[in-house]
Write a protein that binds this ligand. Sequence first.
Ligand SMILES: Cc1cc2nc3c(=O)[nH]c(=O)nc-3n(C[C@H](O)[C@H](O)[C@H](O)COP(=O)(O)OP(=O)(O)OC[C@H]3O[C@@H](n4cnc5c(N)ncnc54)[C@H](O)[C@@H]3O)c2cc1C
Length: 414
Amino acid sequence: MEQKSMNQSEEAFPSSSKYDNPELDSICKPSTEPSEAFQAETIIIGGGIIGCAIAFELASRGREVLLLEQSEIASGSSGAAAGMLAADSEDFAHPLIARAARDSRELLHHQKEQLYALTGMEIGLRHTGFITPFRSYSELSRCKDKQNNSSVKNQLWWDRSTVEREAAWLNRDVYGAYYRPLESEVLPVSLTRAYARAAHMMGARIWEGVQDIRLVVNNNGVQGVAAAKREITCKHVIVAAGLHGEQLMSQVGVALPSCPVKGEIAAIRFSAEQAGYRPDRTIYAEDVYVVPKANGEVWIGATSLPGRTDRSVSAHSVQRLLTAAGYWVPGVKEAEFLRAWAGVRPSTPDGLPYIGQCEQVPGLYAAYGHFRNGILLSAITGRWIADMLEGKSAEEMGIEALSPERLNRKGVVL
Ligand SMILES: Cc1cc2nc3c(=O)[nH]c(=O)nc-3n(C[C@H](O)[C@H](O)[C@H](O)COP(=O)(O)OP(=O)(O)OC[C@H]3O[C@@H](n4cnc5c(N)ncnc54)[C@H](O)[C@@H]3O)c2cc1C
């Protein structure tokens, strides 16, 4: 393998400090003991990427927002994600999501500047494209058979010599690869915090550590929530609680099931001497992804364990991930192992997120179930929910397929 020049290696190891924000706590930590009766136009429950993106969008439109998080911002699935914006690489459950994913990726690129201008926080957005390599012609044919029309846009074919020229750190035995130049990725915790902080700077209140939230509804619909030993009245409640959305909805008799799918990721680091072996673009292979991050680390993921909600990491999974990554990027074997973690993706019975108002309870909205693409779909979800609160219907926006009522209409047996 070729060694890269020192200049490239220096660029590959930026300081991680600009992605950590020690001031965030003092800005976003709420008074969890409010001393007066509260009201808000809109209450968002959940401080993951989805709740924070919605808070950001609503606050930027001048709406009054209170976000309630039971633990800390980005402590759920959003804190465990790899952060890929894989709009051209993922196999989406519906063509609507494939289109939305591309729009959302574009929106995120615009929001990067806006978030930085408001907060001074970097979100680690890197736009270097993804490589999907193949071992053989038959592996490539299998992939072509699976690809539907919506996923073949925005990709180039690289033969073996192009791969060698463009990605000298990749296994020399590859047959060839697809390169998808528009794909990009972020640091998910940084993005979630930047959304929260920007929303706060535009007037949103963000309270962390608020436990035991109860929805308060009557025959007219949503009245507010009971939390922190008091009732907070509001016009709209948006449940953006990821995997726990189901529990909140069940408090008021709305059945919108969440399906957990656990995933594990390992992080490694290449030393300055190993810089020539470090991937500078994401490998998005069938069996593993290898993502060079803006903080200098390389993240390798991810397992997929349906039905599991624990956050333990098994030795077997780490071994499997490192072996698969080491095949595509041989330098992985010499890199320093940093840590591994697990998170739980919030899925739904049909693989589509619930986005929209619950017909039985006017004023109550669902925004959860984004499964493996919540980071990617965050920006568009914020926009959709804000448009709905301003009176646009799901039909006008062309997103009826995501309606929380869809499972009942289809008669899906839950
Ligand atoms: C290993 C792994 C890799 C992934 N990689 C990617 C990727 O590369 N790209 C991508 O787009 N997506 C990825 N995902 C998926 C992505 O992480 C999720 O789709 C996304 O984070 C969901 O965001 P959320 O805000 O809905 O949920 P969460 O991040 O789980 O946030 C929900 C929040 O609600 C809070 N909450 C729950 N119940 C209550 C309550 N009763 N009261 C108050 N607060 C409550 C929780 O504490 C939590 O903070 C990955 C996920 C995993 C696990």
